[in-house]
Write a protein that binds this ligand. Sequence first.
Ligand code: NCD
Length: 307
Amino acid sequence: MPSFLAGRDIISIKDLKREEIDEILRLTDAFEPLADKGSDMLDGRIMAALFFEPSTRTKLSFESAMYKLGGSVIGFAGPMGTSVEKGENLADTVRVVENYADVLVVRHPLEGAARLAAEFASVPVINAGSGAEEHPTQALLDLYTIRRELGRIDGLKVALVGDLRYGRTVHSLAYALSLYDIKLYLVSPEILRMRKEVLAGIRGRVDVVETDDLAGILPELDVLYVTRIQKERFADPAEYEEVKGSYRLTSAMLSRLKPTGIVMHPLPRVDEVDYDVDRIPQAKYFKQVRYGLMVRMFLLASVLGAI
Ligand code: NCD
């Protein structure tokens, strides 16, 4: 029986039901050995990476995932050197590239761009970041990390810290976490509070506390998820100046974190997590990268109908 994801787009985490997310997390385990030794599961299949916005890990992670499964990759990073520079619109780009590839992975600065691409494409589209809106595959790898490191998601106390207004990873992750029985702390300066539409989507489903006091809640936390202030998305540079450096995690502060608590970050980090935190056993952000590769291997194999 083909995977429930065969032929499907992955545009918003909200398109997935809890049982489906649990299934993704469970089935990803099987890709751990394949991340080391490789496989020919996607031999002859082609992934197009259409990245209209900068990316290091997401693009490389998808590319590596495809290669490790025996597939091939085409694509671009930044519209420079492509027909987009000549004024080609996204719908046309998609209708051209779908002739060359079996799956499209799209990152675009505009919200709604991945959804639009999926409407025009006849092959599956995976959203690798749509403006400040969503980053569903990051949310899946974040959940996978929590489940792997702590053995469960239900019953935990999770804090999302930093730029909750412009950070797309925390939007997708908040929606996903609201499917579980957790307590969610949203920690940010006033002007970077969680978007109203996300709050409206999760309130009532999960116990939410908004605060700017990280130190006060730190000892309670099972998961501390830190994010970068998204400088490039601020309309007003003065506003960025006001909030930059709002939270800066040090290993001294983290001595108050439970021994079983974990520190996560989608990366890239700028100055919100000190380098000395890397040495504490609770720091899991580089493990997240590894788990992300496995999750994306699973997703590509699934949407392409190989499992
Ligand atoms: C994030 C992104 O692009 O939204 N990076 C990532 O995909 N891991 C986070 C960020 O840029 O701060």
